[in-house]
Design a protein around this ligand. Structure first.
Ligand SMILES: *Cc1c(COP(=O)(O)O)cnc(C)c1O
Length: 339
């Protein structure tokens, strides 16, 4: 491979050498297959193309200061994919199969794991689709599970620098009893138009409110929302948000650092009383937020008055990154070393 400019990697698609595929037919999963093609051949009536039978995952692999390769909480991603599969009636991917495919994809593309200290990592993208044909609205009887990987840089070009986001009231990402808690493509399709408009208007992301009352914070686009008030970490407990593994981890780190953790409804009005707010997810870990504009009411909430991330967000970020990179003790046992 030509020399890669690790420091300036975007968060985007990067071609590597191999990907893994596995097919579910006649009620069972077949053997893992290694492919070097970037393409899949699909039946034109596959349910993923027509009825949205598609779920994905995203997790990261880091090369540590000690040279070891660590994958972060893969069991949680496996469980979540099982939940997504359940939610939209796809074949279940057992954790062992998930692990085998993910680890194999990482090992076969080992040379693409960025070196320590470049702010980059290897992103792993497992994907489950309905591949069997249906024209009537029914779940497929065949499924395809794939895993590809690629080195990525930070999700926001700002890195760990505060971003601006906007509250939207004219779009919802997910209905209260819809698919918001499953990691499925349809939720993303529903968020694209408002997300692009936010970008065009100069914002990094949108902040969705609960679809029913438009009163509570739901999700920060493709990331969970949290706020810090005094010594408390507060994050919404809505049924229509995606249970973020980063958020789950930050809650545990926060407790460990002596903070109180609350998972509860957060009314929009409460935004003015937070000391720090942020969005969290695998891609960025934490994106500190410096300004929230309520697009309709024109109310503005401001944080990070000195232009920098707040002290608690910074501490949480450093702890989590440190655990992932092997410089902070992994006392929760979140990493698995890939040999
Ligand atoms: C994946 C995702 C997140 C973040 O989850 P992590 O497990 O922390 O990466 C948050 N919100 C949505 C809508 C997502 O799809």
């Amino acid at each position: 491979m030509e020399a890669t400019d690790w420091k300036n990697l975007p968060f985007g698609y990067f071609k590597t050498d191999y990907n893994i595929r596995c097919y579910y037919r006649n009620g069972k999963w077949g053997e893992l297959e290694v492919s070097s093609s970037e393409y899949v051949s699909l039946h034109m009536a596959a349910t993923c193309l027509h009825y949205g039978q598609e779920a994905f995952e995203g997790l990261k692999v880091f090369r540590g200061a000690d040279g070891k390769v660590r994958i972060f909480r893969w069991e949680e991603n496996a469980k979540r994919m099982q939940n997504s599969a359940y939610g939209i009636m796809m074949a279940n991917v057992p954790s062992e199969l998930f692990k085998e495919a993910v680890f194999k994809a990482v090992k076969l593309n080992e040379k693409y794991i960025p070196p320590y200290g470049e702010g980059a990592s290897l992103y792993v993208r497992p994907l489950l689709i309905g591949s069997g044909p249906q024209v009537g609205v029914k779940p497929a009887s065949e499924y395809m599970f794939m895993v590809f990987v690629g080195p990525v840089g930070p999700y926001f070009k700002e890195g760990f620098n505060p971003v601006n986001i906007q509250i939207v009231r004219d779009y919802d990402r997910a209905a209260p009893l819809g698919t918001g808690s499953y990691k499925v493509g349809g939720n993303y399709a529903a968020s694209l138009r408002s997300g692009e408009r936010a970008h065009d208007e100069g914002f990094a992301s949108v902040l969705f409110l609960d679809a029913k009352e438009k009163k509570y914070i739901d999700e920060a686009g493709p990331a969970n929302f949290f706020g810090i008030k005094g010594n408390t970490y507060i994050t919404p407990n809505s049924h229509s948000i995606l249970p973020s593994i980063t958020n789950m981890s930050l809650r545990e780190i926060a407790k460990d650092l002596g903070l109180t953790v609350e998972q509860r409804s957060i009314a929009v009005d409460e935004l003015g009383s937070f000391d720090e707010v942020g969005a969290c997810g695998t891609a960025a870990v934490i994106s500190p937020i410096k300004k929230i504009l309520d697009r309709e009411t024109c109310t503005v909430y401001e944080y990070c008055k000195d232009g920098k991330a707040g002290p608690i967000s910074t501490k949480l970020y450093n702890q989590l990154r440190g655990i992932q990179e092997g410089t902070v003790e992994d006392k929760f046992n979140w990493n698995t070393i890939i040999e």
